[in-house]
Ligand binder design. Structure first.
Ligand code: ADP
Length: 504
């Protein structure tokens, strides 16, 4: 059409000019030049359009001069004026349309460039059929998507089949390893695997609720069947009558996930190293805890032998001695068992735990350290503490760290009163544990820094203890805070939420 349009416009202009100049009809034939202007919209640029408009007006004036130049009547003047006005206005409007088209074209071009070149996978999709199916469910009286899911558990799969793919950008193809749009389109139902179905239900709920966007992290497959961790966003403009233009942007976060996992593993490794280092600090205490029952075994063994060697062996006493030996051996092996648990590398567990029990067990390991520093220990443990769900060893690590820090802080010769208070209480939905000492404390502005990794004021400190305490408590859904009155002591408090059902 546009190839012949310039020629057609020229022919029409010539015909109009001839009719206008050579005939004497009582009508404004020159008005027809507007067709030339409109026709030129399809081939002329903005400047060309203006030129054609002006040329048509010039031809109108030329015809007028030739046919009415000598004796112009008021009628012919009026007709000429109407024609000029019509051509002028049409040219102006055509010019504005052209400008609008150019702007639209530019923004379309910009969108295309972004669409094709961006590092994010973008899919243009048509959800019209999905929306219609959801509207039908609503008409059939389902109150929400959950009710619809109960009635038809396959609806999510069916909806995936209804999602029409219009276009994808190159990043989509590279992300999913598809060679072209058709391969991708055919593979799409397989790429949306079982693992993504939960997320699809949530997306359907977003469509049901007429939300304009939905975002989620999930797992998809690529064309070769590899799992990809993705973060995806679905933009659903509801200013259109149907959902025929839905933009789905997908970011491959597999590498990020792997890095996060690595970080997590490194952190766990570090927590383990710190735990072992802490145990190193406790060697003297631990040696004593194991030595004491061993010494008692020797003593009781000796006593038993003496009772046996008597001319009239007292078997009751021998029995008592042996029972004591068994109990002492049990105590020693209990300490060793705890130590092995603490120094072993096991994956965190989630079991019901009473913090009071953890504190009592921890005391067994740190008691000597506390005594050596002549620290006056006071326990105020709440009797009705509900259990929390968590990892025994990790929580024990937190309590050991806090107690050892307190004892170390008070070991400064300048500290006259050495009191360590360990309290537990029930707060609102949380258990609260507090460890307070009468050491030198720290400046208030330092209370946030203490928890930073590698922050230490000790010459042989690692600065990891509190950082690890914080991440352990955070992993249990709780918080840990530090408070101090410089010169009067420090207190560390952590909370861990408990669930009502585990509490009862
Ligand atoms: P480290 O014990 O290796 O220094 P932590 O992370 O356990 O590492 O502690 C960091 C810093 O917090 C300590 O060096 C100390 O300055 C401060 N701190 C911790 N506990 C106390 C406390 N009870 N009283 C005063 N300062 C403390």
């Amino acid at each position: 059409m546009s190839r012949f349009a310039p020629l057609a416009a020229l022919v029409i202009a010539v015909v109009i000019f001839a009719l206008d100049t050579l005939t004497t009809f009582d009508m404004a034939i020159a008005v027809l030049y507007v067709t030339v202007v409109l026709l030129s919209l399809s081939f002329a640029a903005k400047k060309g359009l203006l030129f054609i408009g002006v040329a048509c007006m010039a031809l109108t004036l030329l015809s007028f001069a030739v046919s009415h130049g000598e004796n112009p009547t008021s009628d012919s003047f009026a007709r000429c004026f109407v024609s000029l006005a019509a051509i002028g206005i049409t040219t102006l409007l055509a010019y504005r349309v052209k400008t609008a088209i150019a702007v639209l074209g530019e923004s379309e071009q910009r969108y295309r460039t972004i669409f094709l070149a961006t590092g994010v996978a973008i899919l243009e999709m048509d959800f019209t059929a999905v929306k219609a199916a959801i509207d039908r469910l609503k008409t059939n009286g389902f109150p929400d998507i959950r009710a619809a899911a109960k009635a038809n558990p396959d609806f999510a799969r069916e909806a995936i089949g209804m999602m029409k793919l219009t276009n994808v950008n190159n990043t989509t193809l590279t992300t999913f390893g598809a060679k072209d749009l058709d391969t991708f389109r055919t593979a799409l139902p397989v790429l949306i695997g079982k693992e993504m179905e939960g997320s699809i239900w949530a997306l359907l709920e977003a469509i049901w609720d007429v939300r304009t966007s939905y975002e989620s992290e999930t797992i998809m497959n690529d064309v070769d069947g590899n799992r990809i961790a993705i973060l995806y966003n679905v933009a659903m403009p509801h200013d259109r009558p149907t959902l025929d233009m839905v933009l789905v942007s997908i970011m491959d976060v597999t590498a990020r996930h792997e890095a996060e996992n690595e970080l997590h593993e490194t952190h766990a490794e570090l927590a383990h190293v710190t735990r072992v280092a802490t145990l190193g600090e406790l060697t003297v205490s631990i040696a004593h805890e194991v030595n004491q029952p061993l010494a008692a075994i020797v003593t009781n063994g000796g006593a038993g032998l003496r009772w046996l060697k008597r001319s009239e062996p007292d078997l009751d006493e021998v029995e008592t001695s042996m029972q004591r030996m068994i109990a002492d051996a049990g105590r020693a092996s209990e300490v060793i068992k705890r130590l092995r648990a603490l120094s072993s590398k096991t994956a965190p567990q989630s079991v019901p735990i009473n913090i009071n029990d953890v504190i009592a067990e921890t005391m067994m390991l740190v008691q000597r350290e506390v005594m050596n520093q002549r620290v006056d220990l006071k326990l105020e443990l709440a009797a009705d503490l509900p259990p929390v769900s968590g990892d025994h060893i990790q929580l024990q690590q937190v309590i050991i760290n806090l107690i050892l820090n307190a004892v170390q802080a008070m070991s400064d010769p300048s500290v006259k009163t050495r009191q360590l208070l360990i309290q537990t209480a029930v707060g609102e939905g949380v258990i609260v544990a507090k460890i307070r000492d009468t050491g030198p404390g720290f400046a208030a502005e330092k209370s946030a820094n203490l928890f930073d990794a590698f922050y230490t004021t000790k010459s042989n400190g690692m600065g990891m203890g509190l950082s690890i305490c914080r991440s352990i408590i955070a992993a249990h859904g709780g918080r840990i805070t530090a408070n101090a009155e410089p010169g009067k002591g420090a207190s560390f408090e952590f909370t861990i939420p408990f669930h009502e059902e585990t509490a009862s």
